[in-house]
Design a protein around this ligand. Structure first.
Ligand code: AP5
Length: 195
């Protein structure tokens, strides 16, 4: 199975992607984790993207596509993936679709986590205090949420029009959210097997 985990910052994309990957024996790929690893490793890409991550702005599409291509193809060869944090814009979704079609790794399901803004801010402020993640400061959190509303939310209609979208209430305890996603994916997996 090949699926995307979409949602605003703090919605639980990473948390749920790890759990779903384990349950369905898929590889978890996080665009944010890959970018942060480049920054930490002080690579050429890391130096290019550092400022985007620090400010909460989106990294240019070309860079994101370059770092994701190999992990996605490798994961597909191992049975599928849960891709968390990508795509972030209609443009990225369109580019991803044509590249994935060429490579035979098209997305089958998109899980969209919905959580009210006050709860997102609460979670991220709490994580910032505990982990020191540099973009979890109140100003950058608010900017990341604004960027999501402006650039990523419109992308959901792109997937809804293709009947791939599963909307999940992410404002519940972690186990409940996992259960809800699992049930819907099991149904979807049956449909995909019957295709
Ligand atoms: P990215 O790493 O993708 O960060 P994000 O979207 O801001 O998401 P977060 O990691 O903050 O939240 P999450 O939804 O994964 O939630 P999590 O499970 O961690 O991107 C970072 C940056 O990289 C971007 O700003 C951009 O610059 C760049 N970037 C990445 N992808 C890009 C792309 N495709 N194009 C361009 N640029 C890109 O949980 C958050 C917290 O909440 C945790 O503390 C967790 O324990 C807690 N939590 C989770 N679930 C629950 C729950 N159900 N109840 C209570 N607490 C919960």
């Amino acid at each position: 199975m090949r699926l995307l985990m979409i949602g605003p910052p703090g919605a639980g994309k990473g948390t749920q992607a790890v759990r779903i990957a384990e349950k369905f024996n898929l590889v978890h790929i996080s665009s944010g984790d890959l970018l942060r690893a480049h920054v930490k490793g002080n690579t050429a890409i890391g130096r290019q993207v550092q400022q985007y991550l620090a400010s909460g702005d989106l990294v240019p599409d070309g860079i994101v596509m370059d770092i994701l291509r190999k992990p996605v193809v490798d994961a597909n060869a191992r049975g599928g993936y849960v891709l968390d944090g990508f795509p972030r814009t209609v443009e990225q979704a369109e580019i991803a679709y044509s590249v994935a079609q060429t490579l035979g790794v098209e997305v089958q399901v998109v899980v969209h986590l919905e959580v009210p803004r006050e709860e997102l801010v609460r979670r991220l402020v709490e994580r910032g205090a505990a982990s020191g993640r540099s973009d979890d400061t109140i100003d950058v959190i608010n900017h990341r949420l604004d960027v999501y509303d402006e650039k990523t939310l419109p992308m959901l209609s792109y997937y809804a029009a293709r009947e791939k979208l599963i909307n999940v209430n992410g404002a519940r305890p972690v186990d409940e959210v996992t259960w809800s996603i699992t049930v819907q994916l099991q149904q979807m997996a049956k449909q995909l097997a019957g295709d």
